[in-house]
Ligand binder design. Sequence first.
Ligand SMILES: Cc1ncc(COP(=O)(O)O)c(C=O)c1O
Length: 423
Amino acid sequence: MHLTADEIITLKKQYFYPNSMHFYKNPPHIVRGEMQYLFDDQEKRYTDFFAGVTVLNCGHSNPEILASVKRQLETLQHTSIIYLTAPMVTLAERLAEKLPGDISKTFFCSTGTEANEGALLLSRMHTGRKGFMAFEGGLHGRSHLTMSVTGIPMWRIDPYLEEAVYFAKPFVVEDVPVDVSCEASLQSVDEILREHGHEIAACIVEPIQGNGGMNTPNQSFFKALKKRLEAYGVLLIVDEIQTGFARTGSFFAIEQFEVVPDIITYAKALGNGIPIGAFSAIPAVAASFNKPSASTLGGNPVSCTAGIAVLDYIEKHDLCQRAKTLGEILRKGLEALKDKYPIIKEVRGLGLMLGMAFPADGGAVIIDEIIEKMKDRGFIVGKNGLHRNVLAFQPPLVVEASDINDMLTALDAVIGEAASGTF
Ligand SMILES: Cc1ncc(COP(=O)(O)O)c(C=O)c1O
């Protein structure tokens, strides 16, 4: 069955809720993916710099991963964790080798939202406290609790969100030096803890706020945060749903800040497109999750096999090093554009998770034009940020240096058009 892009839009309008958006005035109908490339129904090739929102770290339809997944699909597709199957425990064991410090206990589910919901629940069970701390600019999911701890106004759509959530000031503020914004953020943490510290079960935070605009704190931020939380017995939940699995140049981004959280959550890239999520905890905290709980599809043999294949692929192809090396090339190119065009405010992020910030005021309009023109030139670039003013570069980690250079050449031309007002 072939549908045109216009027919898909019409059917979306007819059968989806009106909350469903898509990028682009003229969106392509994507029909195929091959590692770092996507193809539309006209066989036009796009180099993907968004990776399905940071999911395809190992590339689209990666043949090595697909081979394992296909074998598992043909052998045993599903039973549920109330029966004994090997992939779920093998994946948990493999993850324990990679997780920071002595984090080693894991609960599998299917999405990032579910992983965070589970982590928040675990922190309540462990501490017996109700409240949470979170950061302005963070995004943690669409369920009641995870939306309640989300600090981006446009994603907080439930009119009856949880009340016992205290938001610390953002650690990145446009036009403010990062050391200054981090200090102000930590001061607000201190204030919250002084007033509510003993009611708070956990503080949830992304190492780099992806949706918030690639907001990256300074090197000392997480150590200072953890110390403050420990003084009040507040657990630290690190949401690695965007940052995990080699994206930032280390297996988990929090490693680069030399902090071991109490609970870590992840999803997206672990399945490389097959739904899987999980939260993992240090044994002392995990011990409190002792009442029966199960997820129908969590621990599914197919998604766990995909996870094992992803870990194998990341190790075999040293994707951490690749993200570091290629991230440097991308960063240098983006910085050079920033020096050339005053309209670009900042380049930020780590590894192959980089953002290019435009002015908060008016940046969103410019960005929409840029991503449209980049798409026309064959490059899929993302957008995010509190004001939708940040271009997002999170390509599959299998991207080549030549792809990056081609994208930078196109971006230079497109931003040049924006800067000279010829859009
Ligand atoms: C940091 C972060 N946490 C949580 C989520 C929610 O994950 P999911 O959409 O898989 O439920 C997202 C989704 O983009 C995310 O970026």
